[in-house]
Design a protein around this ligand. Structure first.
Ligand SMILES: NC(=O)c1ccc[n+]([C@@H]2O[C@H](COP(=O)([O-])OP(=O)(O)OC[C@H]3O[C@@H](n4cnc5c(N)ncnc54)[C@H](O)[C@@H]3O)[C@@H](O)[C@H]2O)c1
Length: 340
């Protein structure tokens, strides 16, 4: 029997995306309540709790996990903390939604999925692109055989510019671990059943060449060969001056699907300067529906409504394996086999 009362959700990490997910649970979902927020930064949880009218704010995750009646958590801490927090939440018996990347090593990924399995709790990972309407419809068309056998697959992430962050505050290899990890999941998901066999990555600091010597990377192209013969390309850049540009494409033996549009809407302005469109500038605007749909599905799976919790820990591990192969490829300047 599905439960009828709302799911009690706790948020761990009250930063940029955690605040947005917290707002989604508190304001956009009817079958979930945001009941507690934890963040070690002084006042971060308390401030967000005040804004979202949540009664409980903690600086210690253990206190949040002990919050009476808590059923599920959203993990939105920086990536390097994800696995430990996830294991702690699993051991406390909470259903888990974890932002990407779930882990930074394959051992960590295995530890995370094993902890969720041992505790018998749902684990869903935040690959939100799967929940975007265009991408979801693309996958449906592929499943229906409308493009035949996939041959060429493409996924790209161009973050909106100008790039304003301090490269020294961005962990090494972020372009693979945190940016292209979305594209790797998308490419795997749009090529159902196929396994990557070889990865080659070229990367550089073209936006901030002054940080190249410190190992900072803001631009990358990755080619992936799959065991069904298809070849994929993923690319990323941290500073698209025209907007937040996320696109996918699958070309097959019987046709092609394309997904994603940097234009905000079909509204097109015709004036003395010519013809123009506004573009997406923020992920939380572009993917508001996808971000909401992924958490709505998570909540429904926790409520026992027969919805599978996906993307899974195994999906996160598969995307991570490609990211790790990319890092290896950049270091060795050669293609990396994924067969071992
Ligand atoms: N799916 C997406 O599209 C998407 C978008 C943005 C960010 N993310 C991911 O979400 C994660 C967070 O990103 P962000 O931009 O919100 O980061 P952020 O730096 O803005 O926020 C992180 C927050 O976590 C807190 N924190 C640090 N250590 C903690 C701990 N041990 N326990 C609890 N809280 C802790 C920090 O104080 C901070 O408030 C990253 O893994 C990032 O890759 C995903």
């Amino acid at each position: 029997m599905p439960k009828t009362s709302p799911v009690s959700v706790g948020l761990i990490g009250a930063g940029r995306i955690g605040s947005f997910h917290g707002e989604t649970v508190a304001r956009r979902l009817v079958d979930a309540d945001l009941v507690a927020i934890a963040d070690p930064a002084p006042d971060a949880a308390a401030k967000l709790a005040k804004n979202l009218e949540v009664d409980a704010a903690y600086t210690d995750i253990a206190d949040l996990l002990a919050h009476p009646g808590l059923e599920a958590v959203i993990i939105a801490t920086p990536a390097r903390f994800h696995t430990n927090v996830l294991v702690q939440a699993a051991e406390a018996g909470k259903a888990i939604f974890c932002e990407k990347p779930m882990a930074l090593t394959l051992d960590e990924a295995d530890r995370a999925t094993a902890a969720a399995k041992a505790a018998g709790v749902p684990l869903q990972v935040g690959f939100n692109r799967r929940w975007d309407q265009a991408f979801a419809e693309g996958r449906t068309a592929i499943d229906a055989g409308k493009i035949g056998t996939p041959q060429l697959i493409r996924s790209l992430t161009r973050d909106p510019g100008p790039f304003g962050a301090d490269p020294e505050k961005i962990p090494l290899w972020t372009i693979f671990y945190e940016t292209l990890i979305h594209d790797f999941d998308t490419l795997l998901w749009l090529n159902p059943g196929a396994r990557p066999v070889e990865v080659y990555a070229a990367a550089d600091a073209l936006v901030r060449p002054d940080s190249r010597d410190k190992g900072f990377l803001d631009t990358a192209v990755v080619t992936i060969r799959f065991d069904n013969g298809s070849v994929a390309v993923a690319e990323a850049n941290f500073s698209a001056l025209y907007g937040y540009d996320i696109r996918g494409e699958v070309f097959g033996s019987a046709g092609m699907v394309t997904m994603g549009d940097v234009r905000r809407s079909s509204m097109t302005l015709f004036d003395a300067n010519g013809v123009s469109n506004d573009t997406w500038r923020r992920d939380t605007d572009h993917f508001i529906h996808g971000y909401t749909a992924q958490l709505a599905s998570f909540v429904r799976s926790v409520r026992g409504e027969g919805v599978a919790h996906a993307p899974t820990g195994a999906d996160a591990r598969n995307a991570l394996a490609i990211a790790l192969a990319c890092i290896d490829s950049v270091k060795t300047k050669s293609a990396v086999s994924m067969l071992s």
